[in-house]
Design a protein around this ligand. Sequence first.
Ligand code: HEM
Length: 216
Amino acid sequence: MATPSGRGRSAAARTLWPWRIAVALAAFAPLPCWLRQAMTGHAGPEPGRYLMEHLGKGTLVLLLLTLSLTPLQRLSRWQGFSRIRRQLGLWTFAYALLHLLAYLWFFLGFNAHALLADLSRRPYIMVGMAALAGLTLMAATSHRRAMRRLGKSWKRLHRLVYAVLILGLLHYFWIVRADLGEWAIYALAGLLLLVLRLPPVAKEFSRQGRPPVTDA
Ligand code: HEM
């Protein structure tokens, strides 16, 4: 992710702020709605499960949206897509943390013994935890200082996002394997986004892109 400096950067930052606000509002908006549903008895017999499941799906949707920004940027040549990628990635991480919190709270009542028992009974929870560990590493190294310090390894480290996607889909698959209809939609979207990153496809995609559009 190239980072402009000096005047270019402040001009880009000025034009990007409405996008940043829109992303923040869109990512935040579902949370109070789900909470309200859960608190007013509109979330079925298990409001805790309702919250946890919505947060799990929300994590996956945000992850897919984050991954879609690079192909969009290649196609449109608008650098703004790559600049809001970090913000969307951090929202993905926040949703995953809330999903974990909802699980620990509503499923386990913050009981460590219940967690150990559940881990041995339902291995897909370990898979979710591995995905969250990947997201945590990326969130912790998403700032400019870490990019500078890690140099070329930063890009390699952030390829973890593909493993996170595969682990997230596997985690979801394990839960819903008796009815894969909805899962298949997420899996197809994920597969498409991975295919778009294959070097020959990515190259062709960039060639198809329109002439650069300046955001200043
Ligand atoms: C510490 C990490 C995680 C834990 C402990 C965890 C745990 C769980 C549990 C217990 C369920 C519900 C299973 C059931 O219905 O019986 C669930 C559902 C789900 N999780 Fe996770 N998860 C984690 C991370 C993730 C991550 C990182 C993602 C996405 C990338 C994710 C996506 C989902 C999805 C899509 C569902 C299904 C929701 C539904 O059935 O509608 N989870 N998770």
